[in-house]
Design a protein around this ligand. Structure first.
Ligand code: MN
Length: 376
């Protein structure tokens, strides 16, 4: 199909099976519910979600009739091989600018209003689209696009979780007092890559001893000591999807007994919150279950972050599980459960699993043991 004379390259629209079509349908449902007929997708994560494109530069437009991806010559072959369910358009700096191509589609499809991801466009980008696109621009709330995972996504996320499980098991076998946190970080990185991951989900936290009191203590040059507790929080990206796993362990029995006590509290909070997860429970309730256990044990002031978050293409996505969240768990959501206690000067404990909400319960994607482990 030829959309406009300006377009040089396109793929025929291919029905590539349910996977792509359901995602595009969801995108359009969100658009329609907010009163627009087409969506300009500019975030890397939503472009990947909708089209499969993994390159860094592309513009995606989803309309009632088609899904278009506009790329320049650097990405044309990649887009044509990755984006089977999209019409691939080639832009250049002459006649076929991105704006001209967008306006060609807008005219040929009679589009009046284009929605965009309001959390993902800078003011400068918005201004430049608004001044050149021949349709009204309307900011959309797009946070729920990827809320429910499809079977194919769950399969990939299970693999990402399996890699994390295997990698943390390996670290617990090889970690020794005298290693730096950074060395552990590197061993972990090499392991996840060997297991098929492309990268970490985020900068890995290896927080030992007093650094354990920093919830986001990214691996440093600190040497891990015989009597340290060590918290490792990391994830593997596999085929574009993240896992997120935290385990805390003791280097030896000479660890501070207060940390052992704290470990028991966090473990009880984590398991209790996990076991309450099922459809129709509010995310706030799940947070409260973990928080109440920690508060009753006297550590309420030392647990100031949320209990968990949605997980997927992004390490943090909808829903959120915290004191302010208003969402409700539903089948198909993938979330983390990760309470922690952090005592300045002493250290900290966090335990985290990834779970999938099922029809009437949940299943754990991460399966690593949670009993307190002493390395030696
Ligand atoms: Mn997490």
């Amino acid at each position: 199909m030829v959309v406009t004379g300006l377009i040089w390259f396109y793929n025929e629209y291919i029905e590539s099976g349910e996977f792509m079509n359901i995602k595009t349908q969801r995108c359009l449902e969100i658009a329609h519910s907010q009163g627009v007929q087409a969506v300009l997708v500019t975030s890397a994560h939503n472009k990947f979600y909708l089209t499969g494109f993994t390159g860094t530069t592309a513009t995606v437009l989803v309309t009632d009739r088609n899904q278009y991806i506009i790329v320049d010559f650097r990405y044309i072959d990649q887009a044509r091989s990755q984006c089977e369910s999209s019409i691939v358009l080639l832009s250049n700096d002459n006649d076929n600018t991105i704006i001209n191509l967008l306006n060609g589609i807008i005219e040929s499809e009679g589009i009046d209003i284009i929605g965009f991801e309001k959390d993902q466009l800078t003011v400068g980008e918005y201004d430049s689209f608004k001044n050149s696109v021949k349709a009204e621009m309307l900011g959309l709330n797009f946070n729920e696009l990827r809320l429910f995972k499809l079977a194919k996504e769950i399969e990939v996320m299970q693999k990402a979780a399996d890699i994390a499980d295997e990698a943390i098991g390996y670290i617990m076998e090889v970690i020794q007092p005298g290693m730096s946190e950074s060395e552990v970080d590197l061993l972990l990185y090499n392991k996840i890559r060997q297991l098929g991951a492309t990268s970490f989900s985020f900068n890995t936290i290896v927080a030992s001893g007093w650094r354990g009191a920093m919830p986001h203590g990214v691996a440093s040059d600190k040497i891990i000591n015989e009597n340290d507790f060590v918290t490792i929080d990391f994830g593997a990206v596999y085929q574009g999807y993240c896992s997120d796993l935290t385990r805390t362990f003791a280097m030896s029995k000479s660890a501070d007994k207060r940390l052992v006590e704290i470990y028991d509290v966090v473990l009880k909070a984590q398991i209790s919150a996990l076991e309450a997860c099922k459809p129709d429970v509010t995310t706030k309730e799940i947070d409260k279950i973990a928080r109440d256990i920690i508060t009753e044990a006297g550590y309420g002031n030392f647990f100031q972050h949320g209990t968990g978050h949605g997980l997927g293409i992004l390490i943090h996505e909808a829903p959120r599980l915290n004191q302010l969240s208003t969402e409700v768990l539903k089948e198909g959501m993938v979330v983390t459960i990760e309470p922690g206690i952090y005592i300045p000067g002493l250290g900290g404990v966090r335990i985290e699993d990834d779970i999938l909400i099922t029809k009437d319960s949940y299943i754990r994607l991460t399966k690593s043991d949670k009993q307190l482990k002493y390395i030696r």
